[in-house]
Ligand binder design. Structure first.
Ligand SMILES: C=C(O[C@@H]1C=C(C(=O)O)C=C[C@H]1O)C(=O)O
Length: 182
């Protein structure tokens, strides 16, 4: 199935501050609140990590993105959506809002290369606190077992006066849902 034809997928989450997270699964909490690079964490537990670019381009922000970025201007931003795979299994859906000025400089020509490699290799990017939430229905999670609650997180990276919003939804097969006893 050509997932790119469905771009943009969007991401529907009721975001809340991480301090209000009610998650009984300790392992999952460490994933949701990990301030390091998610790419590096997934690379460390897979033999073959890959990024599938679903699409990137100037598109309207959703309501919660507009509120957080305090912007209505569609000319100012690019939306980037990807799936991160570990050993061929879809583990994370990520939707990022990138300032157009960075798309031709420090974030130029990303393609299927992970955004995290740029952001975490540049100390100028400063990360905000996380917001977290339960993932409502999403095209990429239809086959999860009905009772599996899926989670997402997002944070802002500020860089030289610009803001990059990165939201990551942990898909059903992501190792973050595996308890130590699985
Ligand atoms: C911010 C990171 O980059 C990852 C890669 C992304 C991409 O390539 O678009 C988006 C979100 C992240 O899961 C990270 O590795 O922590």
């Amino acid at each position: 199935m050509l997932l790119k034809t469905f771009f943009p997928f969007g991401l529907s989450v009721s975001w809340q501050h991480a301090a209000q997270l009610q998650c009984k699964n300790e392992e999952l909490s460490t994933w949701l609140l990990d301030t390091g690079s998610l790419t590096e964490r997934l690379e460390a537990i897979s033999t073959q990590f890959s990024v599938e670019l679903l699409g990137q381009g100037k598109l309207p922000l959703d309501r919660s993105e507009k509120l957080l970025l305090n912007s209505e201007d569609t000319e100012q931003w690019q939306i980037r959506e990807v799936i991160l795979y570990g050993d061929g299994v879809p583990w994370v859906f990520a939707r990022s809002v990138l300032p157009v000025e960075l798309c031709s400089t420090s974030l130029a020509n990303l393609g299927n290369k992970p955004l995290g490699k740029r952001i975490f290799n540049d100390p100028s990017f400063l990360r905000s606190e996380f917001e977290v939430g339960e993932l409502k229905t999403h095209p990429l999670t239809q086959r999860s077992s009905n009772d599996q609650t899926l989670y997402a997180r997002r944070s802002l990276f500020t860089f030289d006066g610009s803001s990059v919003l990165v939201a990551e939804a942990f898909l059903p097969d992501c190792p973050c849902y595996k308890t130590r006893f699985d």
